[in-house]
Design a protein around this ligand. Sequence first.
Ligand SMILES: CSCC[C@@H](NC(=O)CCC(=O)O)C(=O)O
Ligand SMILES: [Mg+2]
Length: 368
Amino acid sequence: MKLTGVELRRIEMPLVAPFRTSFGTQTARDILLVRVETDEAVGWGECGALADPLYSPEYVDGAADVLRRFFVPALAAADHLDATAVGRVLAPFKGHRMAKAALEMAVLDAELRAQGRPLARELGAVRDRVPCGVSVGIMGSVGELLDTVGGYLDAGYVRIKLKIQPGWDVEPVRAVRERFGDDVLLQVDANTAYTLADARHLARLDPFGLLLIEQPLDEEDVLGHAELAKRLATPVCLDESIVSAKSAADAIALGACQVVNIKPGRVGGYLEARRVHDVCAANGVPVWCGGMLESGLGRAANVALAALPGFTLPGDTSASDRYYRTDIIEPFVLSGGHLDVPAGPGIGVDPVPELLAEVTTATERVAC
Ligand SMILES: CSCC[C@@H](NC(=O)CCC(=O)O)C(=O)O
Ligand SMILES: [Mg+2]
């Protein structure tokens, strides 16, 4: 393939309700899309970076800048273009994994569309539908939380994840258990809000039979997670700490995690996400697919990834309407607690032009 053009597009997607985590509250998503044009096909990528560098060091304006000034020109100068070339060409640049992932996703989508191959098959999917969990934000009251959780369970979600932070952890978990019983698959996500000094407090979650506690400590505190894991009965899952297959192998070897949340953007792309999956599978560590409130484009690729054999836990691959009144693609609709894996070439979905236009706030072509 030859790169003939790249478009960076920003879309503003209002959320159906505020989504509060330990690091802030989202009311809309400012998403960067990458559209790659080649001599054989067009491909779409989505960057998971948030507007502010609060989940990770990346933020959407920075991702657009590094793509515009460094990544797209480097790729345009390459003498061979395919998805594996993207990682190789961008390797000299440090960090910016979500920006790299968006460009790789677009090239991978174009390459697979040209070949007529679905992404799921390319990655090694073994399922044609995946069970879906849902991430529930911090709420103003336990009553509001219980109403929200009840609504998601009625909708068919097979797993509930509660965002927690100091002052909002044991009580909401206890309330959900008391209201909905011990059989509901339940986990929590702290987004690095605790320290090892909170170990005794976090052990108060152990009686509730949680699937896991996600990223309780700072993303760089791998040894702290290993020490915490010794003091908790609840399995420790890492998210922000896992930025590559190598970091996953190291964290597992140190006993820092018993479960891994795989987010393709956080690790630099879907090809690296498969390598993280493979490392975890080789170590008997279950994985699940995390989310960054993606539009239907990123959601489609995540659902394909979630169909790989090692994804044995429901992911944050919720239906489109969990976050958006209107998606930019034909929406993903939950059926029996599952989403169907797209079967078309590439990511298997396309933006609906008029819906995309409605949410577009900026487009720019990057010289190739
Ligand atoms: C705005 S919070 C994004 C990161 C967060 N993501 C979720 O909680 C799931 C979001 C989703 O369902 O896409 C996580 O740390 O796992
Ligand atoms: Mg998380």
